[in-house]
Design a protein around this ligand. Sequence first.
Ligand code: SF4
Length: 378
Amino acid sequence: MSPAGLYLHVPFCLHKCAYCDFVSYPYFSALAQAYLEGLRCEVSWWRRLQDNSARFATLYLGGGTPTCLPFAFLEEIFNLLRQSFSFLPRAEVTIEANPETFSAELARRLKDWGVNRVSIGMQALRPEHLRLLGRGHTFKEVVAAVDACHRVGLTNINLDLIYGFPGQSLADWREALRVAVELGPTHISTYALELEEHTPLGRQVAAGKISLAEEEAVRAMYLEAIDVLESRGYRHYELSNFARPGRECRHNLGYWRLLPYLGLGPAAHSFWAGKRWANAPALPTYLDLLSRGLSPVVEETVLSSEDARSEAMILGLRLRRGVHRSWFAARFGVVLEEVYGPVLQRLQQQGLLEWEGGWLRLSREALPVANQALLHFV
Ligand code: SF4
C-alpha cells in the first residue's frame, strides 16, 4: 500500500472568525474532554476494522485551532495517535496554529511531541483587515509565533494568507506578501476569500453594507502572489501553494496525488481502498454515534473507475507539474488521451493545457481560471 496520510480534525477555536464556514466550536473543557473520548472510540473502531498494516507518512492536525487545546489534551492526542498508528521514521507532522494561542512553551512542547511543521494563520497584515476578518490576533503575535518556532528549531513553517476581502487594495496585498516573506516561512498558502451567506461577513456583503473585491482585482492579486513569491524563491507548486524547494506540504501532496488518507474527528473525510467517506460534521452527532457503538461515518462512496480518473485529473492538474502520462496509464490501465482526447484538444486549443515531457499541466494563462478549466474533467 502507498504511504498514507492521517488527518485529525480538532473542532475548537477561541472564537469564530467573521468569514468562517469550518466546523468549529468555542473551546470548553468539558466539550473537549467529550471529544477526546469520542476520538478514542473512533480510533478503536478503526483498529478493529483494519489489519493495522498501514504505515503513515504524514500526520496533520487541522481544525479549528488545535493549539487552543490545553497542553495536557494535546499531549494525550499525540500519545493516542502514536500508540494506535504506525508512522514512517521521517513522517511529516503538521499542526495548524493561530497566533493568539501560541507561546514559547507551546513551541517547546510541540517539538517534544514530534511536530516538525507548523502552519500559522497570519491571514492579513493591517489591524483593520484583521478586525474585518474577525481574527483574534495581531500581526505582532504572528511575528512572536514564528520567532518561538524558530527558537526551538521548528523551521518548517507555513503562513496562510487571504486576499480579495473588502477594502483590500493590490498595494495592501503586495505589502502583506512582502512582510510574510520577511518572516522566513518555508511555505506560503494564499486563499481568495470565498464567503458563505450565513457567515457574519457574508451577511454584511449580502445586505450591501460592504462589497467584495471585483473579480478582476482578485485575479490581479493572485497573479501578484505568483510574481512576488516566485521572485523570492518560492516554487508555485499548487494553485494556491508556494514552497521553498523540498518544503512542499507532503500531507497535502497526498490529497492531490490520490494517495490514501484517513480522517478522524467530526467533519473529517477519508479516502481509503478506493472509497471516500465522511464523518458526521456536527460534534454532537459524531459523539452520539460513537457513544452508541456506531460508526461516525455518515456518507460513503465507492469510486467507479470513471470517478477515480476524473478525480485524478481534477486534483492532479492543481499541481503545477500536472499529471504524468505514465502515472495515469499505470494507475488506470488506460492511456490518458484515449479517455480525455476531445477535452484535451479543446483545452489545448484554448491555450489552457500544455504538455511538457510526459506531463500534462495547466498553462500559466489557465491559472486564474483554473477551476473553470478543471470542470471539463467532471
Ligand atoms: S481560526 Fe479557522 S477554523 Fe477557527 S474560526 Fe477562524 S477560520 Fe474558522
